[in-house]
Design a protein around this ligand. Structure first.
Ligand SMILES: NC(=O)c1ccc[n+]([C@@H]2O[C@H](COP(=O)([O-])OP(=O)(O)OC[C@H]3O[C@@H](n4cnc5c(N)ncnc54)[C@H](OP(=O)(O)O)[C@@H]3O)[C@@H](O)[C@H]2O)c1
Length: 358
């Protein structure tokens, strides 16, 4: 199979993780990196054996051999950086959150659609095998109809006003950085909410350091979500259905274990069975089997992550490119836009406006 040539824009922490992820894909080649400085491009190039190292993002997107560019810059630059790549005719995989707000997301999506180029939000969690399994279980109706979702993503970072996480100029705050994960999960399972409300604790730099979110869906389903950059939280999720629940174990963003508890299996009360069946059952010692089933807390499903996890989203991009698809059915652009609208709605409730939005 012909290899797909990748370029990476930006040389920060996620750029490195993604470069390592690409290494586990035999049909991917990282051939170019663009940085704001030659020295950082060269350093990254040496570390990850990248042959073409450019001193500007503009130079990167002009590389004729690059098929697709991964945008790994802070979120306030995603719009311009993605558009730069699209205008140069490149397919784009852009880090989460897709942009700073929905208006920016719409601009980027329109550019991709006008230019007939592939574009996807790098919501890597969706492509991890355990999440693929979650979708299968839901399709099978393993836990009935989903009624409620609980999900969180929080960690305690050291406060530093200049750090990307806390800096308003760099799009800091828990909602955009990690809140997008539980929100994306809720969206994957329940679609578009009809109501979104939340509370946030704004820190000394004015960005949200922790947030609690409530979403309501058309059939009355609810999602209770939270995110934090100054609080360690469980970083897991539970999907509650009419007939059981699925727990997505920590770490939510790259899970490798699910627990499925299905009430259907424990609803059969032997005492309520007709006496003849009961007697046959006891003769066959089925009561022992019943006790065993009843005492089972749930079925654990272990799905190990191969590579560092970023390889799965990259593989989806390459599958789409080879199929001539302009977007991924697993992370479609309209859904990305809806997610950005929900983020906007929540921030508006807290009066959280970023400097570039003023
Ligand atoms: N999917 C995930 O698991 C994951 C994890 C972490 C972060 N992210 C996302 O990835 C993006 C980057 O996060 P990161 O943690 O990698 O950030 P980072 O370590 O600070 O790196 C960001 C890179 O962006 C470039 N950049 C361009 N303009 C910049 C500016 N004005 N200030 C700082 N850097 C600038 C820099 O590369 P050059 O100097 O080479 O130009 C810098 O190294 C964010 O949108 C974040 O939400 C995703």
């Amino acid at each position: 199979m012909e290899k797909i040539n990748w370029g990476i824009m930006g040389t920060g922490s996620i750029a490195g993780a993604f470069a390592r992820g690409l290494k586990s894909l035999p049909d991917a080649e990282l051939i170019a990196v663009g940085s704001r400085k030659q020295v950082t491009a060269d350093r990254f190039g040496k570390l990850y054996q990248v042959p073409h190292c450019y001193a500007s993002y503009e130079a990167l997107v002009q590389d004729q051999d690059v098929d697709v560019i991964y945008i790994a810059t802070p979120h306030p630059f995603h719009k311009d950086n993605s558009r730069l790549a699209l205008e140069a005719g490149k397919a784009v995989l852009c880090e989460k959150p897709f942009t700073l707000n929905a208006a920016e997301a719409e601009t980027v999506i329109n550019t991709a659609r006008q230019k007939q180029l592939f574009l996807m939000e790098a919501m890597w969690m969706r492509f991890i095998p355990a999440m693929v399994k979650v979708r299968e279980l839901l399709t099978e109706g393993a836990i009935g109809e989903i009624q409620m979702i609980k999900a969180d993503f929080g960690f305690r970072a050291t406060f530093d006003p200049h750090n990307r996480l806390f800096s308003p100029e760099l799009g800091g705050g828990a909602l955009l950085d990690v809140g997008i994960y539980p929100l994306s999960l809720a969206s994957m399972v329940l679609g578009k909410p009809i109501e979104a409300t939340g509370m946030a604790q704004l820190g000394p730099t004015g960005v949200d350091e922790q947030t609690a979110i409530l979403l309501k869906y058309p059939q009355g389903q609810l999602a209770l979500l939270s995110a934090a950059i100054r609080t360690d939280t469980l970083t897991e999720a539970v999907l509650f259905g009419t007939e059981g629940y699925i727990k997505i174990h920590n770490p939510l963003y790259r899970p490798n274990k699910l627990t499925v508890v299905c009430k259907r299996h424990t609803d059969i009360q032997p005492s309520r069975l007709p006496s003849i069946i009961k007697r046959i059952g006891y003769a066959l010692r089925l009561d022992k089997v019943w006790q065993q089933i009843k005492s089972q807390p749930g079925r654990d499903i272990k799905l190990p992550v191969q590579g560092n996890g970023y390889n799965y989203e990259a593989a989806e991009v390459m599958r789409c490119l080879r199929a001539g698809a302009l977007e991924s059915a697993i992370m479609p652009l309209d859904e990305t836009l809806t997610l950005m609208q929900t983020l906007d709605q929540l921030r508006a409730q807290w009066g959280l406006v970023y400097p570039s939005e003023v």
